[in-house]
Ligand binder design. Structure first.
Ligand SMILES: Cc1cc2nc3c(=O)[nH]c(=O)nc-3n(C[C@H](O)[C@H](O)[C@H](O)COP(=O)(O)OP(=O)(O)OC[C@H]3O[C@@H](n4cnc5c(N)ncnc54)[C@H](O)[C@@H]3O)c2cc1C
Length: 544
């Protein structure tokens, strides 16, 4: 029987980063992935459209990874293995139906001027927001980087209390609960500023009218100015291969086609995993599962191996909206109507504005295809020209406002949704609506399209079992399932009721994205010095 110090279930970013860090710390690690490719949501492919075009089938943009604690520790080794990040000073813009647009750059001065151009005073409001956010950024980013139910989480709370006092802390927490709509309305005058920032709330799994969506919008807005929109040169596969290489070179194993069907438990502790083909792999130190709570407590563990209330809560874990991807190979660069900077911007949101995002989210929540979805139009070749042959282009489109289950109807009353399942016909009809709308902004879109490939929410789930019903964020990020409550209030954080079994991935704190946060937190926990050494390290050493 093969035996390792740690066995990871799944090879997404959290597993790969956690496994690489543990390998560097001297652990012998095994990573088991059921698909035939590593990387989970990082899926770079060169045979989707035309030869020479490199597409990110799912996740594309790496600001969360380049800003992460995992990257800070692994950077030198990843550099040595050929990982190179390319960036842009034009991370995002919104293009509105009347042909106008608004931009967010990596320069504070330029952002002040841009927003002032839409409404006098909005520039100063931006500068004030940025300054105030940065003053307490250690707390805001800290919440997203700490194990909240731990001494580290408590320290964060103590620091906040010390800084703000009791009343001040209450005001700070109250501010963090505000919706994106209320925060935008309180902060900026112009519809353009609202329409520039509101679509970003979709990238946190929320809608603009939900609690905490104002806080998350600020986090993203500041992160965009600070970090731009980096992508790995050549695609995310370079990062995935480099992380897997670190594990293998340290004597570990990284396998594809290895479907874990059971975590084996003995005397309340995880001791091994069993694959679908019957092979058993021993884990002497830890089993780390990057799966949904539904899978972990529903099938990987047996009945009676966890408390009944945990199993019951896991069966009620909620998933969020569905998502569609559209990939287009173009024979030439996009001819955007309006501002020429749109063709140089990494992510352009084509949107009617704040109310448009709100309406589309609401329609999706009610099971409808939105009449006027937010088109997240990513342009990877604007940042990394190696993604397409010279003189040509790729477009990476996300549609994050789709029903998270059966489609009940079309809000525009145009598309026959049949029995509500994602047939090829329904997928292509909806993709047609979206590309037709985008074609009003990118004037050469139809003429220059070489090939279009759409993935429905059902197709997205088929690529990665963790993306239930096409929810790309591993479970609803509504407040009752986020932060202190993720993945489940009955077992928050990353420890599970089974000794030696750890839960990581998008379904756990700090949630979705390529930040590798949960993999990093579990690595830190597993490599923490034993208690006597920790206590000894606090004893002051007398000076001679
Ligand atoms: C379409 C899309 C676009 C996105 N865009 C971005 C973006 O641009 N930037 C960003 O920061 N984030 C983006 N995200 C979110 C981000 O990619 C994910 O939140 C993140 O990658 C999830 O990582 P993870 O570690 O949870 O594992 P995942 O990437 O979900 O991978 C988990 C892996 O575990 C495997 N697995 C599950 N069960 C088993 C089992 N029993 N046995 C073996 N293997 C198993 C799965 O096959 C999968 O490969 C996007 C997500 C999607 C889907």
């Amino acid at each position: 029987m093969a035996a390792f110090d740690a066995v990871f279930v799944g090879a997404g970013i959290n597993s790969l980063a956690g496994a690489a860090l543990l390998s560097q710390a001297g652990w012998r690690v095994c990573v088991l992935e059921r698909e035939d490719a590593l990387g989970g949501c990082i899926r770079t492919t060169s045979d989707l459209t035309r030869p020479g075009f490199t597409h990110e089938l799912l996740a594309s943009w790496h600001p969360l990874f380049t800003g992460s604690a995992a990257y800070a520790e692994l950077k030198d080794e990843l550099d040595r293995r050929g990982l190179e990040y390319l960036n842009t000073d034009l991370p995002t813009a919104s293009a509105f139906p009347d042909g106008s647009s608004a931009f967010l750059t990596t320069s504070l001065e330029d952002n002040v001027a841009e927003l002032d151009g839409h409404a006098a005073g909005d520039g100063a409001a931006w500068a004030r927001m940025f300054e105030e956010f940065m003053r307490d950024a250690d707390l805001s980013f800290g919440v997203l980087g700490a194990e909240l139910w731990s001494p580290g989480g408590l320290d964060l709370g103590r620091r906040a209390l010390h800084r703000f006092g009791r009343r001040g802390l209450l005001a700070f927490l109250g501010g963090a609960l505000v919706s994106c709509r209320d925060w935008l309305g309180d902060t900026f005058e112009s519809d353009a500023a609202h329409g520039l920032l509101a679509p970003w709330v979709l990238h946190t799994g929320l809608g603009p009218d939900q609690a905490t969506s104002g806080f998350m919008t600020q986090v993203i807005a500041c992160a965009l100015q600070l970090g731009g929109m980096p992508v790995p040169k050549g695609g995310g596969v370079v990062l995935v291969d480099a992380l897997a290489g670190i594990v293998r070179d340290a004597g570990g194993e990284v396998r594809t086609g290895a479907d874990v069907e059971r975590v084996l438990v003995s005397d309340g502790a995880a001791t091994a995993v069993r694959l679908a083909d019957g092979e058993v792999i021993r884990a002497d130190g830890a089993v780390v599962a990057s799966v949904t709570p539904t899978q972990l407590y529903g099938t990987l563990l047996g009945e009676g191996e966890v408390p009944a209330d945990v199993a019951r809560a896991a069966s009620r874990f909620r998933y969020g909206r569905g998502e569609m991807q559209i990939h287009i190979a173009m024979s030439e660069p996009p001819d955007w109507a309006g501002d020429e900077r749109l063709a140089r911007t990494a992510i352009v949101h084509v949107t009617p504005g704040l109310d448009g995002v709100s309406r589309a989210v609401n329609e999706a929540d009610r099971g409808l295809l939105p009449a006027e979805a937010t088109i997240v139009c990513g342009q990877p070749a604007a940042v990394d020209p190696t993604r397409a042959p010279e003189g040509s282009w790729i477009v990476w489109i996300q549609l994050q406002e789709l029903p998270g289950g059966r489609v009940k109807g079309d809000a525009a009353g145009e598309i026959d949704v049949g029995d509500g399942s994602w047939t090829e016909q329904l997928r292509e009809a909806y993709a047609d609506r979206v590309t037709e709308r985008l074609g009003r902004h990118i004037r050469n879109l139809e003429r220059a399209t070489l090939k279009r490939v759409a993935l429905s929410p059902a197709d997205v789930e088929a690529l990665n079992v963790n993306l239930v019903a096409g929810d790309i964020y591993g479970g609803s990020c509504a407040l009752d399932q986020n932060f202190l409550f993720r993945p489940l209030p009955e077992t928050p954080g990353h420890r599970t009721p089974v000794d030696g079994l750890w839960h990581i991935g998008a379904s756990t704190h700090p949630g979705p994205g390529l930040g590798a946060g949960s993999g990093y937190l579990v690595y830190k926990e597993l490599t923490k010095p034993a208690l006597p050494r920790r206590l000894l390290s606090k004893v002051p050493i007398p000076r001679r």
